[in-house]
Design a protein around this ligand. Structure first.
Ligand SMILES: Cc1ncc(COP(=O)(O)O)c(C=O)c1O
Length: 304
């Protein structure tokens, strides 16, 4: 018999659609891909070169289970430069994408029956991670009329003694909402922990994104290289976690995943240190497309 827990999990439909579309392409159909969040740019040249060099130089062993130290240092520098927050390399865990990072965070944080607050709509996989850990996703609706802002009063109404965490995702998939500084500060005070999925940081066209670490230490950052550096298939992400959670997360990683890809970890140092110009160019093109698709929309939301 298949494990009962699996029946809690719905398929990630965009992947089903993508796989069907690719099967149709193999049969000769012409398909326009609109299903997954897949950048249509090439991987930045500096990253390609660093990956090739890493293979040539034989960096093909398991890495430290927390990840390549130089990459962890580079992530700390990035968080300091971008958000003025001090993060230390031993608070960072490198994973094979943001998705495994979610698995490790939820596994380390959620006990049976714990409630985790998410916006509705949300990135489709969040409730599945929560249910898989036998937690309960609690939905807080967001509304178009205020640019899909999380309303802190509505979150407040859903908080119970069983609330373990609030997930935020700013900029958000699927709404594109950017949380204001004030709202993030308020949210940080509402629950024991905030899990902040920062994977779309750097892809902001108006206003400025904030890291949850500017407002609280009781937070887990999820981040990854898939979107900003156009490398979904290279699979690399990371966690920044409160210090007491690092050893438990490390034990999970050692047992279940061992370490992330050694070559890609080295390549991502180049992404963080050298790919700024590539990112600016890609963001510029996304911005042009956004304006083309929405010429008559009034883009001025009240983000207060
Ligand atoms: C909000 C959000 N978080 C995480 C992910 C997964 O990212 P990764 O490719 O790093 O696993 C996605 C992918 O679409 C996403 O939209």
């Amino acid at each position: 018999m298949i494990a009962k827990q699996i029946s809690e999990i719905t398929p990630f439909l965009v992947m089903d659609v993508l796989e069907r579309a690719r099967a149709m392409e193999r049969e000769g159909a012409h398909v326009m891909h609109l299903e997954v969040g897949e950048p249509d740019f090439a991987v930045p040249q500096c990253v390609k070169e660093a990956a090739c060099r890493a293979i040539e130089e034989g960096h093909t062993n398991y890495t430290h289970s927390l990840g390549n130290f130089d990459l962890r240092e580079s992530i700390c520098r990035h968080y300091f430069d971008a958000y003025n927050v001090k993060v230390f390399p031993d608070q960072v865990v490198i994973t094979s994408g943001t998705s495994p990072a979610m698995l490790l965070i939820f596994a380390a944080l959620i006990d049976k029956g714990d409630q985790v607050i998410i916006s509705n709509p949300h990135y489709a996989c969040y409730p599945n991670f929560i249910r898989f850990m036998q937690g309960t996703p609690v939905m807080v609706p967001v509304y178009e009329e205020d640019g899909f802002q999380y309303r802190t009063e509505e979150i407040g109404r859903k908080i119970t003694t069983g609330t373990k965490a609030i997930i935020i995702n700013s900029p958000s998939n699927p709404t594109g909402n950017l949380l204001s500084e004030n709202r993030m500060r308020e949210i940080a005070e509402l629950a024991p922990y905030v899990i902040s999925d920062e994977i779309y940081h750097g892809l902001v066209y108006e206003g400025k994104e904030h890291s949850i670490l500017e407002f609280t230490d009781h937070a887990f950052v999820l981040n990854g290289f898939s979107k900003l550096y156009a490398m979904t298939g290279l699979r690399l992400g990371y966690i920044i976690a409160p210090e007491p959670f690092i050893r438990p997360i490390q034990i999970l990683q050692q047992n279940f995943l061992i370490s992330a890809n050694s070559v890609v970890q080295i390549a991502e140092i180049a992404a963080l240190e050298e790919a700024g110009e590539d990112v600016r160019r890609m963001r510029g093109v996304y911005d042009q497309r956004r304006r083309y698709m929405t010429p008559q929309r009034n883009w001025v939301w009240d983000y207060s």
